[in-house]
Design a protein around this ligand. Structure first.
Ligand code: PLP
Length: 377
């Protein structure tokens, strides 16, 4: 096979369910309930069924960043309190903390798995406390789709007497020790940004929680902090609802999501088989499942590999070239006594390869051959 291979083909599912999606869009156009229409509740109930744990509440919202803000607000984070998060993540994790006038405290990650290291969280908490900060919570991230080490993180959260939130913008669809992401921690957030494993046709997000009072708070906060009387707002919230149109698009996508996750597993397994002897391939703990938002390798010769992929018109990207503590708007949060060496090491060596459920075996083999060819030089 020749021709370009995209990093992600966000339209590939349309050959399978495009007609259904167009029919759903038309139905919304016709019924006119464009804000909080019936598809929103339908999608929320379907997502709860997908997670499959009794008592889980799914609440749609505008995007994955707002989902984090809503979740942390519902958890009661206060101005000036610290929230520990990985230094190696997309900016939104720390942005949501900072928007609430709390203080993101960056912790180092594990080299295998890319996720926040529970021991590093402990160390970061100690440094933060020494600086006089109160730890409100930990916001772990399922980077590239693999769940963080939630049992160990729960232990650390108990020691610190703080909450544990899961930013599963990239991880929804995965599972931790047999439990689907969404019910692993008390509160989980996700994103339906088009490139995410379950993506919509614009912005969308969700808060999932097993705590009814958090669900109640998010239900209010996403609609300006409304009370039972529509014009007596009980909290300062925001306008952050999931559009009916996006829910209508997500419904048929959710129906084929399990199949797509299987297909992602196949792509990942083929990459691992073809590349494990020449680069470091991602490792997933035996009992866990990744949603494979990205397939990210580690190599000392990233430039060479990237050049070869570009020459072969194969999509690739560096997620993330700059850790949070080195970014202009966030560097002032960095506490220098916290060691972030592994994060910095990773940012110079990670490279994400094409990953989506409809990537053909021939295309995967071409990517593998190109990477191997580059490294054989
Ligand atoms: C780890 C992480 N957190 C949060 C977000 C924010 O999601 P959104 O783009 O829907 O606001 C993203 C994705 O963009 C992400 O990758």
């Amino acid at each position: 096979m020749s021709g370009p291979i995209p990093l992600i083909d966000v339209r590939a599912h349309q050959t399978r369910i495009g007609d259904q999606i167009r029919a759903n869009i038309n139905a919304v156009v016709d019924h006119g309930k464009w804000i909080m229409g019936p598809e929103v509740a339908d999608f929320e109930r379907s997502t709860e069924a997908f997670v499959g744990v009794d008592g889980v509440h799914a609440l749609g919202c505008s995007n994955g960043t707002d989902a984090l803000v809503l979740a942390m607000q519902a958890l009661g984070v206060e101005r000036g309190q610290a929230v520990i998060c990985p230094a190696f993540t997309f900016v939104a994790t720390a942005e949501a903390i900072a928007v609430l006038q709390a203080v993101p405290v960056f912790a180092d990650v594990e080299l295998d798995g890319f996720n926040v290291d529970p021991n590093a969280v402990r160390d970061a908490a100690k440094v933060a406390k020494d600086q006089g900060l109160t730890i409100a919570g930990i916001c772990a991230v399922d980077l590239f789709g693999a769940p963080a080490d939630y049992d160990a993180l729960t232990t650390v959260a108990e020691e610190l007497d703080c909450w544990l939130l899961s930013d599963a913008a990239q991880g929804f669809g995965g599972s931790y020790r047999g439990t689907k992401v969404g019910a692993v921690t008390d509160v989980t957030t996700t994103s339906f940004f088009p490139a995410k494993p379950l993506g919509c046709y614009g912005d969308g997000g969700m808060v999932l929680t097993t705590r009814p009072e958090i669900a109640e708070a998010v239900r209010s906060l996403r609609v300006h902090g409304k009370g039972t009387d529509k014009y007596d707002n009980v909290a300062i919230g925001q306008n952050s609802r999931l559009d009916t149109l996006q829910a209508a698009i997500l419904l048929p996508k959710l129906a084929i999501f399990s199949d797509e996750l299987d297909a992602r597993d196949h792509v990942a397994a083929r990459y691992a088989e073809g590349l494990a002897d020449v680069v470091t391939v991602p490792t997933i703990r035996d009992d866990d499942r990744s949603a494979w938002a990205q397939y990210t390798i580690i190599t000392d010769r990233r430039d060479v590999v990237q050049r070869a992929l570009n020459d072969a018109q194969i999509g690739n990207a560096v997620y993330y070239p700059k850790p949070l503590h080195q970014q202009t708007g966030y560097a002032h949060f960095h506490l220098p006594a916290i060691d972030l060496e592994r994060t910095e090491w990773l940012t110079t060596r990670v490279l994400s390869l094409p990953m989506y459920p409809y990537l053909s075996s021939d295309a995967v083999d071409r990517v593998i051959a190109t990477v191997r060819g580059a490294l054989a030089q």
